[in-house]
Design a protein around this ligand. Structure first.
Ligand SMILES: Nc1ncnc2c1ncn2[C@@H]1O[C@H](COP(=O)(O)OP(=O)(O)O)[C@@H](O)[C@H]1O
Ligand SMILES: O=P(O)(O)O[C@H]1O[C@H](CO)[C@@H](O[C@H]2O[C@H](CO)[C@@H](O)[C@H](O)[C@H]2O)[C@H](O)[C@H]1O
Length: 475
């Protein structure tokens, strides 16, 4: 394949920006450069690529591919293109490619601990192997049927049988990925709110051992919080005369449990990893950071301009009082992008996943100590999203807007009640900072939706309007 790198780079230059997980959507002139090309076992090859832009530093991605010389494969949706070497497929969606990846991981982890390391062997292929899972872990099996998880999100996940799920990070940030770091930390302290990681894969990127992906136990009984919430909203909208507490699908008891689970995860992280009480300088830095995010969002989305002055006022108010009054909880590690799509309801309760933080945020920012209320605010936003997503194609039914607010408020209240009971302090008690985080999240979402799902931008935009009018988080 080495002979075809120029052609492959051209194909990827065209293909990458069309992927949901491509992060350079706001940048011009993206061109792909292939930095490494290693075999992970027939027929899978791993391309580590850089994307250079007209301005600023390159982004790093991994693109596993399968090259097929012959007939159509029946997976044309995952065809990247054709070069002189044959048809090039996205290797994670190609069943033979996905199977080869599990075989590689299993072979590698049999020889050392749980880390499969891809080492450069001068272009001849990957040798990358350390082996044997520790005794406490379930032995890995490599002959399971594979399928990629339906929706392409920030990364690509492959389910093997009903035993494992492999998350393959698409955009690479040099170093250990916070998702793996935090999930391992929680599993190691015995948290019941994460799925146990069983093996992981890394390679050198810019001189740092960089996480490429990790394999976790697959929670086969899990249902995503987002799906459950939408089902509840649907029930409510179908019963025009009933209130949220009167319909069969009331979600508030689940929201309360989810609040408690979030607080327990925060407590475990606070015990296992560093914490620190925020200082005046921390709050000043936080306010500067919130302004910076708003600057970038307003520049990219002019519709935000009308709310800018009020938003800045909300942020500036955080520096008016002593830190112990504004934020009487320690700063700590957290989830970083918590929403209903990042939690699974299993038989025993709620499990959180995807501890990567916001995918567009530089990783150095995501691994710092922050306010746990950022996660709370993320989830509060998500209740608004669930209620309003169901209105997107029902613009002709204004009466539903009131019902949407009612559903969202009931579940926001329940979540905070559960969180407060488990954490010993209700999030609503820290209203100013909670509102600032909610506003910041809504601003982030306006930018996110503009780039990825323009039809959804109205959802966070309506929340920016509400939050800049001074409506408190609690009714
Ligand atoms: N341990 C697990 N068991 C079952 N399903 C899972 C597990 N972890 C994640 N998932 C599912 O895989 C999907 C993708 O995972 P996620 O970590 O959110 O990836 P991304 O970073 O691409 O958003 C999720 O929507 C979730 O439903
Ligand atoms: O799940 P990801 O890590 O890829 O997070 C990104 O995409 C999310 C959408 O899939 C986006 O979440 C927003 O939409 C959700 C509904 O689809 C909603 O539950 C969230 O509250 C809302 O923020 C997330 O912001 C983005 O980082």
């Amino acid at each position: 394949m080495g002979d075809h790198h120029a052609e492959l780079a051209d194909l990827l230059t065209d293909w990458l920006p069309r992927q949901r997980w491509f992060a350079g959507k706001g940048r011009s002139g993206g061109r792909v450069r292939i930095r490494r090309d290693v075999s992970l076992g027939d027929p899978l090859r791993l391309l580590l690529v850089d994307v250079d832009y007209d301005q600023g530093p390159p982004d790093h991605y991994q693109v596993p591919v399968v090259l097929r010389g012959d007939a159509p494969h029946g997976h044309d949706g995952f065809l990247i293109g054709e070069c002189a070497g044959g048809l090039v497929y996205d290797g994670l969606h190609d069943p033979d490619g996905a199977a080869a990846l599990l075989r590689f991981l299993v072979r590698a982890t049999r020889r050392d601990d749980l880390v499969a390391e891809i080492r450069d062997t001068g272009g001849a292929g990957a040798d990358g192997a350390h082996g044997a899972p520790t005794e406490s872990r379930t032995p890995l099996t490599d002959d399971l049927p594979a399928h990629a998880v339906g929706a392409e999100q920030s990364n690509t996940s492959i389910v093997y049988g009903d035993a494992y799920i492999l998350k393959v990070f698409r955009r690479l940030w040099p170093g250990t990925n916070p998702d793996l770091e935090v999930t391992r930390t929680l599993a190691d302290v015995g948290s019941v709110h994460v799925a146990t990681p069983v093996a992981w894969l890394s390679a050198d990127v810019e001189g740092h051992r960089t996480t490429l992906g990790f394999l976790q136990e697959y929670l086969r009984s899990g249902t995503e919080g987002w799906r459950l919430a939408l089902a509840s909203v649907r029930d409510l909208y179908a019963e025009a005369d009933l209130h949220a507490d009167e319909v069969g699908g009331d979600f508030s008891a689940e929201s309360e449990r989810l609040g408690a689970a979030t607080a327990e995860v925060h407590a475990d992280l606070a015990r296992a990893l560093p914490t620190r009480p925020p200082t005046t300088d921390d709050l000043r830095a936080l306010v500067a950071y919130l302004h910076g995010r708003l600057d970038a969002a307003v520049e990219a989305v002019p519709a935000l301009r009308g709310y800018e002055a009020a938003a800045r006022k909300t942020y500036d108010e955080l520096t008016g009082a002593a830190p112990a009054l504004v934020h009487p909880r320690p700063f700590q590690r957290l989830h970083g992008d918590l929403h209903l799509g990042q939690v699974l309801r299993v038989d025993s309760g709620w499990v959180l996943f995807d501890f990567e933080g916001e995918p567009a945020r530089p990783v150095a920012d995501r691994v710092g100590l922050e306010s746990p209320l950022r996660d709370v605010a993320g989830m509060l936003r998500s209740f608004d999203y669930a209620a309003r997503a169901m209105l997107l194609d029902r613009a002709d039914e204004p009466a539903l807007v009131y019902r949407a607010q009612e559903w969202a408020q009931r579940n926001r209240d329940a979540f905070c009640r559960g969180y407060g009971a488990a954490a010993g302090r209700d999030p609503y008690a820290d209203e100013a900072i909670l509102r600032a985080f909610e506003l910041d999240k809504a601003v982030y979402e306006v930018l996110y939706e503009t780039r990825h799902r323009p039809g959804w931008t109205v959802i966070p935009l309506a929340s920016v309007e509400r939050l800049t009018q001074g409506t408190p988080p609690a009714a």
